[in-house]
Design a binder for this molecule. Sequence first.
Ligand SMILES: NC(=O)c1ccc[n+]([C@@H]2O[C@H](COP(=O)([O-])OP(=O)(O)OC[C@H]3O[C@@H](n4cnc5c(N)ncnc54)[C@H](O)[C@@H]3O)[C@@H](O)[C@H]2O)c1
Length: 346
Amino acid sequence: MDYPPNKKPLHFRIGEYSTKVEFPAFEDLLAPPEGVKSLWVFDQNTAPLFSSREKASIILPPGEEAKTMESVEDILTAGIENGLARDGLFIGIGGGVVCDMTAFAASIYMRGSRVILIPTTLLAMTDASLGGKTGVDFRGYKNMAGTFFPAEELRICPDLLSSLPERDYISGLAEVIKHAFLVKSDLFEFLEREREAVLLREPQILGRMIRESIKVKGDFVERDFREQAERAFLNFGHTFGHALESVSGFAGWSHGEAVAWGMDKALKAGVLMGETDPDYARKVSAFLALYGFRLEAPGIDPEALINAMGKDKKKREGKIMFVLQKEYGKTFQSEIPRDILQKVLA
Ligand SMILES: NC(=O)c1ccc[n+]([C@@H]2O[C@H](COP(=O)([O-])OP(=O)(O)OC[C@H]3O[C@@H](n4cnc5c(N)ncnc54)[C@H](O)[C@@H]3O)[C@@H](O)[C@H]2O)c1
């Protein structure tokens, strides 16, 4: 099926900030903002995606290992060396790691300058670049230091995804699927209908999917910027998923794969608690399996998973609050009794 690409910008009001989401063609992605000094922040995998880059830029090492205070210091130093003033622009071109760090650096440069993000992974396009959470890992803790500082502009171009490794693509897809479960919209049905094209990364299909997914995330963020209530629903599948990532030693399971497994477990727990519609839970399991996600984690000790969940940083007053669903689009938070956790993880 062919979809005319809708390139109209989206606008989100996020706390006291606003974010404009543009959908430019690949050749316009690096168009320099007029009349202001800017610093372009790449990583070693995103810099080669662009043949001409004669602008002030810095190239960081790739991946989560580089998500450090040292990298942020390097961005700040490059800002000074290139003469950025307080109205200077930091422009991050990369996955969630580059986006989080560039926005963090911008948020503290001269007590807050300006930031534009050009996300290059599916996860960054539909999740990390929107909503203003910035930061770095610190002393072994993920995203331990950071700020809330939304980008003034996002530039989204699905063509960039053609070079993304399969594992990173599938990881981002899990978050898109999560958005589809959270809000009643066309996205769920679209992902069911267009599965093959989605997995083949057909550009028209990706354009539509990304736009719909951004709208879901943006809506949550507009309603609850500082995550005091509903924004936490975006953590659906994450308490289970983080535990699996940590117990499996981050080998074997990507973040998105673990989140997909976690959404299935959360719904199964909800069924045992008498809260979740069993037909909906079955439909989700079948849907995730068709997309190729693994729903079992053989060889992983359930007690180790439960212990890891106890260390989840989303604990509230000492309680582990899981994001659960009654049915499609109906989400809530609750503890899960230990015997039910043991049953779903066995
Ligand atoms: N701020 C938020 O709200 C938020 C939300 C979700 C995740 N995150 C953060 O996002 C990070 C994960 O992001 P990610 O999955 O994008 O990982 P990433 O930034 O590490 O990118 C994954 C890999 O793909 C490479 N890459 C990026 N774009 C590419 C392209 N177009 N072609 C080829 N290679 C490319 C990168 O160099 C990297 O090696 C985590 O640090 C997480 O904490 C933040």
